[in-house]
Design a protein around this ligand. Sequence first.
Ligand code: DX5
Ligand code: ZN
Length: 220
Amino acid sequence: MQPRIAPSLLSADFARLAEAAAAVPSSDWLHVDVMDNHFVPNLTIGLPVVQALRASTDLPLDCHLMIDDPDRWAPPYAEEAGAHNVTVHAEAAADPVMIARDLRAAGALAGLAIKPGTPLEPYLELLRSYDTLLVMTVEPGFGGQEFIADVLPKVRDARRRVESGHLTLAIEVDGGINTDTILAAAEAGADVFVAGSAVYHADDPDRAVGELRELARKAS
Ligand code: DX5
Ligand code: ZN
């Protein structure tokens, strides 16, 4: 299992997104947090900005949609913004299987996210339609929050199901990932690590990416 690091642009300078992407050339994915002020209290960026970003970097875009009605709004991130992976929230999706079908038809990976308080069990069957599972390790909405270790049993559970061949998924963790917490997340079985403040508040963001990857590799 090769750990992948996805810096989150939420902690970057929103007036300089292209530079922020260029500052982390060794990252695996670039994580883009789309928030609509409805599903979460915060408001960030949407499709036009992600399209502009697509034209400004070669890094695969990992779009995390914290929005209502992803059934309607998610597919364009694959179709029109060329996202590599598009993640929708299980709590917001009306027909998650259809969303996954649309995303894959547009050539993207399909991701399903669950909030810290959302159990994994009800989604096990439909996760067969998905490529990534994003386990939130903070409440979605803001960067710089403290890692919630209590959600790691869900990561362990998902990893066991992947190992036993019941699911084929990348397991992504998002929120509070830094050099102190990445080990626990990696040991639990995560293989994609989103990090906002730990990367963009570091003196050398790309070096921070390398350090995080090295720590995750040791654990797995
Ligand atoms: C929170 C976002 C995260 C956020 C993580 O709702 O989904 O991607 O950027 O930021 P840190 O790493 O600072 O917790
Ligand atoms: Zn995110």
